[in-house]
Design a protein around this ligand. Structure first.
Ligand code: F6P
Length: 364
């Protein structure tokens, strides 16, 4: 598609929200308006492309003063994949494919391209629309930081900051009560949030999905600290962590058309620690606090850079790509390549080696 063909674009935000979404929306909108393009916001993830009453015009006025705001002015949804929409029938829930309606609606509204701000799941859906003829530029969003091809996704820095603040606070109460505090953080199948916040917050144990843990090693570490007079410990557990030879802990069965929800491993680890060490132990789940609030400076700037870069890519005739941070540049990479596999923590990475040098127990 050449530059001259773009007249009208749509922007959607899919999947779980991440701090920085509004910065991307603002930058992409202003950059597109500056080129004389019309910009439409798709409300509620992909749902707005099925029911076009969810399309809203984006103007300089509607994106004013939103860079610092969390959430998404367009709303978002991590259900409602048009390729697999759940429908209740007498014999249970089945999924139906309504993607052809999305394509027809897109064309009927004269839209030339979609800027899809999403994580792994939403960008996979976007890629399926590419194959159905919708030109897409992806923008990598997720607090989990698990998208390949970009050094970092926006939202991650804010989530790590929130988790680190929580760990700092847990230290004081853990020390006062001489307890073990176990905190479960998000991240799905990747340990980025756990590792970065655990290390920054001075955790004693960090358990990540990439390294199945041995609970005996975790307890040894706590008991070594106890013997040295350090009568409290902080354990950070990624929601996707699992014991050696064990399974992931999930919250209920997988619902049709959406990812299975992880959670509960923190409580299990806390119970095991209490049983094996006799220490008073408490668990908490940080949960959606990690997605809430305004973005850090880093995420605001990255969001603005990604939004502007997405429009530049379209203006240069690049579609079916994802913008990606490759410091100091924001570049574009093939969308298909970006979603081929998720980005997990390399066990030989400098951050893992740093944790080991500091004596942090990684459960192995
Ligand atoms: O992908 C972002 C994320 O926050 C994950 O870290 C977490 O597993 C999931 O979304 C939670 O989803 P929900 O908002 O549906 O509870």
């Amino acid at each position: 598609m050449s530059t001259t063909q773009i007249r009208r674009i749509a922007i959607n935000t899919g999947g779980g929200d991440a701090p920085g979404l509004n910065a991307v929306i603002r930058a992409a909108t202003l950059a597109a308006l500056a080129r004389g393009w019309e910009v439409w916001g798709v409300r509620h993830g992909y749902r707005g492309l099925l029911d076009m009453s969810h399309l809203v015009p984006l103007t300089a006025e509607s994106v004013r003063g939103i860079t610092h705001r969390g959430g998404s002015v367009l709303g978002t949804a991590n259900r409602g994949n048009p390729f697999e929409l759940p429908v209740k029938t007498d014999s249970g829930t089945v999924t139906v494919d309504r993607s052809a309606e999305v394509v027809a609606n897109f064309r009927a509204r004269g839209l030339d391209a979609l800027v899809c701000i999403g994580g792994d799941g939403s960008l996979r859906i976007a890629h399926r629309f590419v194959q159905k003829g919708i030109p897409v530029v992806g923008v990598p969003k997720t607090i989990d930081n698990d998208l390949s091809g970009t050094v970092v996704t926006f939202g991650f820095d804010t989530a790590v900051g929130t988790a680190t603040d929580a760990i700092d606070k847990l230290h004081t109460t853990a020390e006062a009560h001489e307890r073990v505090m176990v905190v479960e953080v998000m991240g799905r199948y990747a340990g980025w949030i756990a590792l970065n916040s655990g290390l920054s917050g001075g955790a004693d144990v960090i358990l990540i999905p990439e390294l199945p843990f041995d609970i005996a090693k975790v307890c040894e570490k706590i008991q070594r600290r106890e013997a040295a007079g350090r009568r409290f410990s902080i354990v950070v557990v990624a929601e996707g962590a699992r014991p050696l030879g064990g399974e992931l802990t999930t919250r209920g069965p997988k619902e049709a058309g959406r990812e299975v929800l992880l959670g509960g491993i923190g409580q299990r680890v806390a119970e095991e620690i209490a049983r094996l060490t006799g220490k008073e132990t408490r668990a908490l789940v940080l949960g959606h606090l990690q997605r809430g609030g305004g973005p850090t400076t880093f995420d605001r700037l990255l969001g603005l850079r990604f939004g502007a870069a997405a429009v530049r890519a379209l203006a240069e005739g690049k579609v079916n790509v994802m913008v990606a941070l490759d410091p100091p540049q924001v570049k574009t990479i093939d969308l298909g390549q970006a979603i081929e596999r998720i980005k997990t923590v390399p066990l030989d990475s400098d951050t893992v080696l740093t944790a080991r040098s500091l004596g942090v127990c990684l459960g192995d």
